[in-house]
Write a protein that binds this ligand. Structure first.
Ligand SMILES: [Zn+2]
Length: 423
């Protein structure tokens, strides 16, 4: 190692001093001459994991993304430079917060002496004091929450106004925990039979894009935290003029309806109720007449509200289908939403179909994808024939069109360990 440094480097003294000062073989002459590796940050690429993977001290890596918070990890979705990267090391990183190599290895079902040896630790009884251990394996070296074997995100970068998720393979059965994204609280569901876990996150239409931290806490163990880069969506603007009777709507009735629906949307059925990808709820429509998240101004007022779903302009009487299976939890006529059907798809995901001229299903029934649930109309607070389709994840309205286009339904089923069936 040292011999090749002296032979190939143009400044052997500098190299020699660096090695002496750092006391480690991190910087080689060859690496100094090569351009830095461009690395796209993925979940689990913590400074510690990147340092071990590329053989570069984390103090050098951290200079790529300086931040006031010295604990802040690399931002998922950003590209960072790795100067002086060595050939990549593989393995599974375990951060042991209590105990030593011995107890950590036993919990993981490994030979403590072999783990100590491969990590350059003299004796497995030595306390680790938070030092990470790398268990030899062929997998990319990343740092996941305790009990996670893998972790991936539905969006890279994240997108404001969308229903998003993470999914993981897990290696232990007692997993309970919580997930948050910035100030939003997510939800987590475990499929014990398949050793799978799904976390659902949602950001509303007024979510300000930046790099909020995704935090995951499992069985009371320390938090796993990594920021996630977000980008904004392109929003449209609607100016709406309300005249005559429409201007005299009851704010009290609007509030009551909302409060009742939010109680319903708060219930989280712990299993997916769908089996296929999502289709559109109407086969023949004229156009999308208003998009999710459109900023709305009423009678020249400020753009202080947004459109909570996707509108399909269609002729009155056009059949409306369930775009994916689930259990009907509401089927009646409402003040604002008119002829309404709400479907529980499981995992806290609900879809709604409003302003229909008739409702053809009953609350409490499970329906397959493609079942006719009603017909396009202009009931409730509506100015013409259209279907308003909305989607909620964790009680937050998200873009149903984006959910369908990104095939989130099959991505989630895959994460749950259930094959996505063809419609
Ligand atoms: Zn609408």
């Amino acid at each position: 190692m040292l011999k090749s440094v002296f032979l190939s480097n143009r400044f052997p003294l500098v190299s020699f001093l660096l090695i002496v000062m750092l006391g480690s073989p991190f910087i080689s002459a060859q690496a100094q001459d090569e351009p830095p590796v461009q690395h796209l940050v993925m979940p689990g690429d913590t400074w510690m994991a990147l340092s071990l993977r590329y053989g570069v001290p984390d103090t050098i890596l951290r200079r790529q993304l300086p931040h006031l918070n010295r604990w802040r990890e690399p931002v998922i979705g950003d590209v960072i430079e790795i100067p002086g990267a060595q050939p990549e090391r593989t393995g599974r990183l375990i951060r042991s917060f209590a105990g030593g190599t011995w107890s950590t290895a036993v919990v993981e079902g490994l030979n403590p002496w072999a783990v100590a040896l491969s990590n350059g630790i003299e004796h497995p009884y030595r306390p680790l004091l938070g030092r990470p251990l790398v268990v030899p394996s062929e997998q990319i070296l990343r740092e996941f929450p305790p009990g996670f074997v893998s972790l991936d995100l539905s969006h890279l970068p994240g997108k404001a106004g969308e229903g998003m998720a993470f999914r993981a393979q897990i290696n232990r059965s007692t997993l309970s925990g919580r997930a948050t994204l910035g100030t939003e609280t997510g939800s987590m569901f475990v499929n014990l039979e398949q050793n799978r876990l799904i976390g659902l996150l949602a950001t509303g239409a007024f979510f300000r894009p930046f790099a909020p931290e995704l935090t995951i806490q499992i069985d009371g163990e320390p938090l796993w935290v990594q920021p996630w880069r977000f980008e904004d969506k392109e929003w449209t603007f609607n100016q709406i003029t309300l005249t005559g009777e429409a201007a005299n709507i009851s704010q009290e009735a609007i509030r009551e309806e909302r409060a009742r629906l939010f109680e319903l949307w708060a219930i989280q059925t712990p299993n997916p109720q769908w089996r296929t990808a999502v289709s559109e709820p109407v086969n023949s429509y004229l156009s999308y007449s208003s998009f999710y998240g459109a900023r709305r101004s009423y009678n020249g007022g400020p753009y202080s509200s947004y459109h909570e779903g996707l509108d399909f302009a269609a002729y009155g009487g056009t059949p409306v289908f369930a775009p994916v299976s689930g259990t009907i939890v509401l089927a009646e006529t409402l003040y604002v939403r008119g002829g309404a059907v709400i479907i529980d798809h499981g995992l806290g995901i609900y879809s709604g179909y409003y302003h229909m001229s008739e409702v053809l299903v009953e609350a409490g029934t499970y329906i397959e994808a493609g079942t006719t649930i009603g017909a396009v109309g202009t009931t409730g607070l509506s100015t013409g024939n259209h279907l308003h389709w909305d989607l909620l994840v964790n009680g937050i309205w998200v873009d149903p069109g984006a959910f369908r286009e990104r095939d989130m339904a099959c991505w989630l089923l895959d994460g749950w360990g259930t094959p996505c069936q063809v419609n």
